[in-house]
Structure formats: C-alpha cells, structure tokens
Design a protein around this ligand. Structure first.
Ligand code: FES
Length: 93
C-alpha cells in the first residue's frame, strides 16, 4: 500500500526505515522523502513511528514497584504483605 502518493513511498519502505532506526517524521522525510511534497501523508506516516497505531516496534514500559516497601507503608493495615506487589507491564502499540 502506498503511504505517500507524491513520492511513491510504500508502507513496506516506511516500516523498513523505522526498523532501521527512524523515530521521527523528519527521519522519514530525510530517508524516504515521505511528506515532502503536498504533506497529505504526514499523519499516516507518523502512525508507523514507534508508539504510533501502526507501529511494529513494541513499546513496553515497566512500572517499578518496591518488593520490600518502606516500613511506614508496610505497617498500614490495608497494605499487602511484603513480596506480594505485582509487577505490571503495559504494552503500548
Ligand atoms: S502524499 Fe506524501 S507528500 Fe504528497
């Protein structure tokens, strides 16, 4: 599928550029020439960058939770016992 009609840039080319390290629209413009003519494709091309809806780059963020909470936190009646805090990972595509 073409992403940039003006410059005949395909989705495959955009994905390859992102896989090779492109992280901004400016990178895609420099590497491929995408969004350098009419600019209609800029928003679509941006969706292929890390964090975008069409990104194939997995953006996983971890939330650090103390395994051994401070004594003040552990002493709270509703606080779970030490070593029972869940480690939550959220994948943002
Ligand atoms: S469609 Fe990409 S610059 Fe026009």
């Amino acid at each position: 599928m073409y992403i940039c009609v003006c410059n005949a840039i395909t989705e495959r080319q955009v994905r390859a550029s992102v896989d090779a390290g492109a992280t901004t629209l400016a990178d895609l413009q420099f590497e491929l020439g995408v969004a350098t003519c009419c600019g209609c494709c800029a928003a679509t091309a941006t969706e292929y960058l890390p964090g975008g809806r069409c990104s194939s780059v997995c953006d996983v963020r971890s939330i650090a939770v103390p395994v051994n909470p401070p004594a003040a936190l552990a002493e709270q009646p509703s606080a779970p016992a030490a070593n029972t805090y869940p480690v939550i990972q959220v994948a943002v595509a």
